[in-house]
Design a binder for this molecule. Structure first.
Ligand code: SF4
Length: 237
């Protein structure tokens, strides 16, 4: 009889870099998500905007590649960078996002969504790029926002530690404790953490601040000025 083939553990997607650790482990263990019609429509619209964005970037400047794979065997990471360009002798990883108008106004007022920013931070710090650029388009008004960020050893260490913690849980098939914060209100796996929406809302009200383990480094390494770190960490997808 043929020996049973061992299933390879799921790899870590860079879009998980800024997520609650429990959420990340659920993803690595293959837990489902609540996909509403709005979420699916936003995903379809996002995919079409991505194609237009990439076609546009390919016509400008020096493009190293589109959808370049990011792989780190040691850390079990696998993903793709939207675009990599050469600019003034530097290699820049570009992450492109689209959001609806309300979210765009929130981002314009408080700075990037933490999950978007952390995904790019992973590319820059683990992919050894000189710089990263986050571009956010408004799907309704077609306005655009952008930020640049630079590599930073403290953030690299934070990202690596979070990935390793998540993978330890993945290996042991255990879920870490909840990291309760306002992010739970928008989480598409919240029903795995709370029995009812009322329970979730009460818990969030008494603990709105996200307190990840290990704590976030104090400084962001964006070029440009934004709101405070704690303010930004409250914003997730
Ligand atoms: S509901 Fe909250 S604690 Fe649970 S996975 Fe989502 S963000 Fe994390």
């Amino acid at each position: 009889m043929a020996a049973a083939r061992s299933k390879k553990p799921k790899t870590f997607a860079p879009s998980l870099a800024g997520r609650c650790l429990r959420y990340v482990v659920m993803d690595l263990l293959g837990f489902g998500r609540i996909m509403t019609d709005d979420t699916l429509a936003a995903m379809r619209a996002g995919a079409s905007w991505h194609k237009t964005f990439q076609a546009g970037i390919a016509r400008q400047g020096e493009v190293v590649g589109l959808e370049l794979p990011v792989k780190n065997e040691e850390l079990g990471i696998s993903g793709r960078i939207d675009a990599v360009v050469r600019e003034n002798g530097q290699t820049v990883a570009v992450e492109y996002k689209t959001v609806h108008d309300d979210k765009f106004r929130e981002i314009a007022a408080h700075g990037p969504v933490f999950d978007h920013w952390a995904q790019l931070a992973l590319y820059v710090n683990l992919g050894n790029y000189d710089m990263g650029r986050l571009i956010v388009d408004n799907r309704e008004s077609e306005e655009r926002l952008g930020w640049d960020l630079l590599p930073d050893p403290q953030w690299k260490a934070w990202i690596v530690e979070r990935i390793q913690l998540a993978q330890t849980h993945q290996l042991q098939r255990t879920l870490p404790s909840r990291e309760i914060s306002v992010r739970c209100l928008y989480c598409d796996r919240w029903q795995r953490c709370f029995k009812t929406a009322e329970e979730r809302d009460e818990r969030v009200q008494s603990h709105p601040q996200w307190e990840p383990n290990p704590p976030l480094p104090e400084q962001f390494f964006t070029t440009g000025s934004y709101g405070s770190l704690s303010e930004r960490a409250e914003h997730s997808n």
